[in-house]
Design a protein around this ligand. Structure first.
Ligand SMILES: [Zn+2]
Ligand SMILES: [Zn+2]
Length: 338
C-alpha cells in the first residue's frame, strides 16, 4: 500500500512527509483493518509533523479523521462486519479501567493512545483501528462530509459544551478554521448569536456567510460582551484579548493541543467569576452524540480536496490559513462518496 509518512520533524515548508510503499498491516485481536477512502487534515497533524508535539516513535503515518470501509476483522471482534463504513477519530483507544475511564473521561486516561500519533493513521491506503473505538457514520453523510466532523467537528462540539454554552447565548469564536466553522453551525442551531475574531479576511467572510452576526479582529471591541468564548487559534496571546470581551460569570475554553505561551495578565481579566479552561480532545460519547446532531442539523462542512500525495501542500495551506474550512485527502477515489 501507499502512505505519506513522517521520518523527521521539519517545518511544513520543507515538505516533510514522504510517499512510501508499505506492507498492508494485519489487524490484531480486537482490531479491524480499514480501507481508507478519505482522511481529514487537522492542525494537530501539523503540530505532529513540525515537532510542536512529539509522537513516541518515528517514522509515523499521521491522520485521525479517517473514513473508510472495514476490509478485515481481527480475532474476537463481534460488533462489526466487513464492508461497514466507519470513522476513526483522534482517540484510538484507552485502558477502560482507570478512574478517568470509569468516569467517562477516557480522553484524560494516562494510557490513552491517539490515531496518527501513537499508532499509524489515515494518510495511507489502509490502517488498523480498535473495534470498540471506531464510530458509526450516518448513512446520509458522504465520506468527504464526514471526515472533518471526526476531529474538528467532535472537538468543536466538546468545546461548546465545555464553554457551558446555553441556547440563545452570545458566543465568541477566536480563530475560524476547520473546527470553528463546524462549531458555529451547532451554535446557530441552538439559536446563539456568534461573534468571530480572526485576522484572515477570507475567514471573516466565511464566518459571515455561515451566519455570524459580527466578524473582526481580536483587537477589535464587539458591540456586546460575550457570555462564552472559545479559542481555536493556537495563540496564547489571544487569551487576555478573549477574557477582556467576556462578561462576569462567563466561560472561556481553549480548544488547542498546543499554544504559544499565555502572556502575563492582570487578575481583573479573570476576576468576576469568569472561568478559563482547556479542552483536551474528546471522548467516544462526544463522537456518537455529535454525529447524530450533525446529521439532524445537517452540518455542511466546507472542504478543500487534495489527493493523498499532496498531503504536504494541504498542511502548508492550512498553516497559512489559505483554505476555508478543512482540507480532506482523498485516498481511494473509486470507493469514495463525495
Ligand atoms: Zn484509562
Ligand atoms: Zn485533530
Amino acid at each position: 500500500m501507499q502512505a505519506m509518512r513522517l521520518f523527521q520533524h521539519a517545518p511544513a515548508e520543507t515538505h516533510p512527509l514522504q510517499w512510501v510503499e508499505m506492507v498492508v498491516p494485519a489487524p490484531e485481536s480486537g482490531q479491524v483493518l480499514i480501507r481508507v477512502a478519505v482522511c481529514g487534515v487537522c492542525h494537530t497533524d501539523l503540530h505532529t509533523v513540525e515537532g510542536d508535539i512529539h509522537p513516541p516513535r518515528l517514522p509515523l503515518t499521521p491522520g485521525h479523521q479517517v473514513v473508510g470501509i472495514i476490509a478485515q476483522i481481527g480475532e474476537g471482534v463481534e460488533n462489526l462486519t466487513v464492508g461497514t463504513r466507519v470513522g476513526v477519530p483522534w482517540l484510538y483507544s484507552a485502558c477502560g479501567k482507570c478512574a478517568y475511564c470509569q468516569r467517562g473521561e477516557e480522553n484524560l486516561c494516562e494510557s490513552a493512545r491517539f490515531s496518527g500519533f501513537h499508532v499509524d493513521g489515515g494518510y495511507a491506503e489502509y490502517m488498523c483501528a480498535e473495534a470498540n473505538y471506531v464510530l458509526p457514520l450516518p448513512p446520509q453523510m458522504s465520506d468527504i462530509q464526514a471526515a472533518p466532523l471526526l476531529c474538528a467537528g467532535i472537538v468543536g462540539y466538546r468545546s461548546l459544551r465545555k464553554a457551558d454554552l446555553q441556547p440563545g447565548e452570545r458566543l465568541g469564536l477566536f480563530g475560524f478554521g476547520a473546527s470553528a466553522h463546524l462549531a458555529i453551525q451547532v451554535a446557530l442551531f441552538w439559536s446563539c448569536e456568534v461573534y468571530v475574531f480572526t485576522r484572515a479576511p477570507e475567514h471573516c467572510r466565511h464566518a459571515l456567510e455561515l451566519g455570524a452576526v459580527w466578524a473582526g479582529n481580536a483587537q477589535d471591541t464587539p458591540p456586546q460582551k460575550l457570555d462564552r468564548a472559545i479559542l481555536f487559534a493556537p495563540s496564547g496571546a489571544l487569551v487576555p484579548l478573549m477574557l477582556e470581551k467576556l462578561r462576569p460569570g462567563g466561560t472561556a475554553a481553549i480548544n488547542a493541543i498546543h499554544t504559544s505561551p499565555i502572556p502575563e495578565m492582570p487578575y481583573s481579566l479573570l476576576y468576576g467569576e469568569r472561568t478559563l479552561r482547556s479542552v483536551a480532545n474528546a471522548v467516544y460519547q462526544d463522537g456518537v452524540e455529535f454525529l447524530h446532531l450533525a446529521a439532524q442539523i445537517p452540518i455542511q462542512p466546507t472542504t478543500t480536496i487534495y489527493d493523498l500525495r499532496s498531503a504536504n501542500e494541504a498542511l502548508l495551506d492550512m498553516k497559512h490559513s489559505r483554505i476555508n474550512g478543512e482540507a480532506v485527502l482523498t485516498v481511494d477515489w473509486k470507493g469514495m462518496s463525495i
